[in-house]
Each structure stands twice: as C-alpha cells, then as structure tokens.
Design a protein around this ligand. Structure first.
Ligand SMILES: *[C@@H]1O[C@H](CO)[C@@H](O)[C@H](O)[C@H]1NC(C)=O
Ligand SMILES: *[C@@H]1O[C@H](CO)[C@@H](O)[C@H](O)[C@H]1NC(C)=O
Ligand SMILES: *[C@@H]1O[C@H](CO)[C@@H](O)[C@H](O)[C@H]1NC(C)=O
Ligand SMILES: *[C@@H]1O[C@H](CO)[C@@H](O)[C@H](O)[C@H]1NC(C)=O
Ligand SMILES: *[C@@H]1O[C@H](CO)[C@@H](O)[C@H](O)[C@H]1NC(C)=O
Length: 226
C-alpha cells in the first residue's frame, strides 16, 4: 500500500468493499452492549489534525487516546493535482520509507463522524485516500489499528509557514517526543504570506490556542471546555 511516487495504489483506493471490511476491523466498540456508547473508530493524525481544535472543527467527537508512532513511513509534503491547498502550500502526507517513522496522535471518533473526516481529507475528490495503519504506543501497550490518510500526490513541495505552525503547535499540545518536535520545527517552508479568510481564521484559532496553552491543564479538561 502506498508508494514513493505519490500514486496511491492501496486497496482503499479502488475497492469500496475492502474499504468497508477494513473499517469494520477498526471499529472497536460495535458490540458494546452499551446503548449510550455509540460505535467508534481510531484515527491516526500526523498533520494539521494534530491540533485538537483544528480536528474538532469538523469532527467534534474526537477524543485523544494516546500518542503513537507509525514505523516504516516518513512525513512528506505534497500537492494534489498540481494545485496548492488553501493553506498556501504543500500539505502533509505519509510515504513508505523503511528506516523512518512518523509520530502522531491516536484519536477516537464516533463512527457517525467518519464521513465528515473523509470529507475534510478530500476523499470524495481523490485528494487523500484512507488507509489502515498499525500504530505503536509510546509506552508498552497493544498495537492499534487506525484509520489514516495518504495524499494522492502530484508533486512534493514545501508547506506554508501557517500550516507548519499548526502542525508544530499540535505536536507540542499533545506531547509528541521532543526530538520529533525538533524535526518538525526544522521543516522548510515556502514564502506564502496570504491573508485569505481561511488563513485569518486559522491565525485566530492559533492565537486562542497559544493564549490558553497551559501545561497544567490536562487534555481531558480542555476537551470538555470546548
Ligand atoms: C460521541 O459519543 C459519545 C458517547 O460515547 C457521546 O457522549 C457524544 O455526545 C458523541 N459526540 C458527538 C459529537 O456526537
Ligand atoms: C485537476 O486539475 C485540473 C486543472 O485545474 C482540473 O481541470 C481537473 O478537473 C482536476 N482533476 C481532478 C480529478 O480533480
Ligand atoms: C509539478 O511537477 C510538474 C512536473 O515536474 C511541473 O511541470 C509542475 O509545474 C509542478 N507543479 C507545481 C505546482 O509545482
Ligand atoms: C489521484 O488524483 C487524480 C487527479 O489528479 C485522479 O484522476 C485520480 O483518480 C486520483 N487517484 C486516486 C487513487 O484517488
Ligand atoms: C507578502 O510578500 C510579498 C512579497 O514576497 C510582499 O510584497 C507583501 O507585502 C507581503 N504581504 C504581507 C501581508 O506580508
């Protein structure tokens, strides 16, 4: 699944039935016996969705489960169909690379938000394709089968400064390993400095997050107060 030239060849790309079966494998609460506890799935984020507030804009049920590591992939920045995103540059994706690893956050989302997450990732337009990944937890624990997304890349390029800021803020917010955060802080950016309504909204969101960043506040409390 996945490839270095950016064309996604995984079974998610072509086979809706396989995709459905894959999803069932990821739904860990289908049985439940708890009517108050709807079916949910695990999602591994590594890009702008590292930032809780950004993920919850479209997917309000998202709750952090843990920080985790995807082995055998590297973080890359690409564009789809030769077009920069509204972030003004390339966006994050994961690319197979045997010696590398990508750190991120495992979230639990209500199954009812699968569509909103797919839509945010541009799945209906072939922008990102859903994939299944095995995530290693930071402290000993079982591997987690998670949904994640891989871009259908036409070119690799640099992200904008604002996009990088969202990723780095999310990485710090969730306590990704310091060494990995350092790597993120070293990412080269392009010179985009646009002030579209979307970018202004994101800047506003970043300001709010930064002003409220309080290391003594647990994530759970933050989540409830949103
Ligand atoms: C998601 O499910 C939980 C129960 O597990 C429920 O309390 C919550 O309201 C749901 N969130 C959304 C946004 O539907
Ligand atoms: C790719 O971009 C071209 C030019 O902007 C556009 O005409 C075409 O519809 C796009 N294709 C897809 C599949 O989005
Ligand atoms: C993407 O790569 C192609 C081929 O190298 C090039 O012609 C095109 O200009 C590039 N597009 C962007 C947006 O950089
Ligand atoms: C990748 O994007 C191209 C448009 O650039 C589209 O034609 C193609 O169907 C997409 N492939 C996948 C697997 O989504
Ligand atoms: C953005 O950069 C261009 C040149 O790179 C400069 O002319 C312009 O004033 C900048 N705009 C803002 C809002 O900083």
């Amino acid at each position: 699944m996945g490839s270095v030239d950016g064309r996604v060849t995984g079974r998610w790309a072509r086979a809706p039935l396989a995709a459905l079966l894959g999803l069932v494998a990821m739904v860990t609460d289908l049985d439940g016996g708890r009517p108050d506890h709807p079916a949910s799935f695990l999602y591994f984020s590594y890009g702008s969705n590292l930032l809780q507030q950004r993920l919850r804009l479209n997917n309000p049920s998202a709750v952090k489960v843990n920080v985790g590591c995807l082995k055998g992939y590297k973080l890359a920045f690409g564009i789809h169909n030769n077009t920069y995103s509204r972030w003004g540059g390339a966006s994050a994706t994961i690319v197979r690379s045997s010696e590398d690893e990508v750190w991120g956050v495992v979230w639990r989302l209500n199954l009812s938000e699968l569509d909103s997450l797919d839509k945010q990732e541009g799945v209906p337009d072939g922008h990102y394709n859903p994939i299944e990944v095995i995530i290693k937890q930071i402290s000993p624990g079982e591997d987690q089968l998670c949904r994640s997304y891989q871009m259908n890349v036409s070119n690799y390029s640099f992200p904008s400064q604002i996009y990088k800021e969202v990723i780095c803020t999310g990485a710090k917010q969730n306590g990704l390993p310091a060494e990995y955060v350092e790597k993120l802080l070293d990412i080269e950016t392009n010179s985009y400095n646009g002030t579209t309504p979307f970018i202004l909204d994101i800047k506003e969101m970043l300001n709010q997050v930064k002003n409220n960043l309080n290391p003594l506040t647990s994530f759970g409390k933050v989540a409830v107060s949103l």
